[in-house]
Design a protein around this ligand. Sequence first.
Ligand code: O7M
Length: 233
Amino acid sequence: MALDLTRENRDDLLKRTLKVITSVSHSVCAVKFNHQMVLPLGLYDRVITLVDEVHKHEIPVIMDAKINDIGHTNEFIASQYFSAGFDAVIANPFAGFKDGLEPVFRIAKAKQRGVLLLVHMSHSGASEGYGQTVLDEKGERKAQFEVFAQRAVQWGADGAIVGATFPETITRVRSILGDNIPIFSPGVGVQGGSLSRALAAGAKYAIVGRSIYESDDPAKSAENLLRSVAAQD
Ligand code: O7M
């Protein structure tokens, strides 16, 4: 579950988010926060409260930082999120490995945390970058996301993000990743992606936000999503 709630008042935001966590905890396998939540709530302030609450339900918490800077900066960013209790971070392979994401993988390994890589995003403009044709190191023409999927394997990523709005891309990425690196797929529901198509195409997990937390009954919405997948099985 993606928790990207917005409220004018920070205490209201914290209270509402805690309520959603408690009500849906039995239906989700992980919770994801991103900057949207960390900016108003503060990492070592209210965000730690949220991380601790999620952990009470024995669910891991992923920080969707989309880390994408030079290594020195990335190292500090990743260390801060791991210190705050996050179990995994999300990083952008456009930064490259050497002097880019290498320290993130190194710290994650040392602390036994995870790194998930963005392989193809869910919005329509994502194809401008992740879908562009590039030459790989051998000079072969490939889609950028195919190269990123190969990097996920080479760098030992713990997961790959591929938008549910690009099911054919999920299938292609899955063929490169094999069974060892799971695909996490955002874009289900409000963004137009189909949960059943994403899973059938090869995603292991769906990342769902507004369809759950903006509904009148988040617990029921999460359960309904689960039930729809079970019915498919
Ligand atoms: O279900 P939604 O549309 O309300 O929320 C989707 C969540 O997934 C939201 O937290 C986005 O930041 C995130 N996301 C995408 O929507 N598209 C992407 O390509 C990638 C992500 C993401 O989780 O990246 C790690």
